[in-house]
Design a protein around this ligand. Structure first.
Ligand SMILES: [Zn+2]
Length: 133
């Protein structure tokens, strides 16, 4: 089994509206996502796949959906204010945790034909959430 891992970096704001601690307040993260692709055999260029193909697919999604965006649960009452202020945001069905974001990135890669085995999202230098199937 061969695995390659590509890292991408991006920023987002969010809040976890029902969190009991400081995560309920508006704040942001500068994160690293590490995307792992696994294949039993190498292709005719002796690669799992080209790193740039993984990068292009991830960055297309990250740049359009997550980077410098504000990620919120769809029921977050602050959405009304953001609409009034003409601010950008992304409302999702779940709380916008690192766990959920890693699954969103995983799903995008899988839907685009990559044999993704894991997405790890480093929310801070010491805290990482991983999604695998
Ligand atoms: Zn946070």
């Amino acid at each position: 089994m061969f695995t390659i891992t590509k890292e991408v970096y991006f920023c987002y704001g969010h809040r976890l509206m029902n969190h009991g601690g400081k995560c309920r307040h508006l704040h942001g993260h500068s994160v690293k996502a590490a995307i792992s692709i696994t294949h039993e055999n190498l292709n005719d260029q002796s690669m799992v796949c080209d790193f740039s193909e993984v990068k292009d697919c991830v960055e297309q999604y990250v740049n359009s959906q997550l980077d410098h965006n504000f990620l919120l649960h769809k029921d977050d009452p602050i959405i009304t204010s953001l609409i009034q202020q003409n601010e950008r945001f992304l409302a999702i069905d779940e709380h916008p945790t690192a766990e959920v974001l890693s699954k969103m990135i995983f799903t995008h890669l899988k839907e685009n034909g990559f044999n993704v085995s894991e997405v790890a999202l480093w929310e801070t230098a010491s805290a990482c959430a991983r999604y695998q199937e």
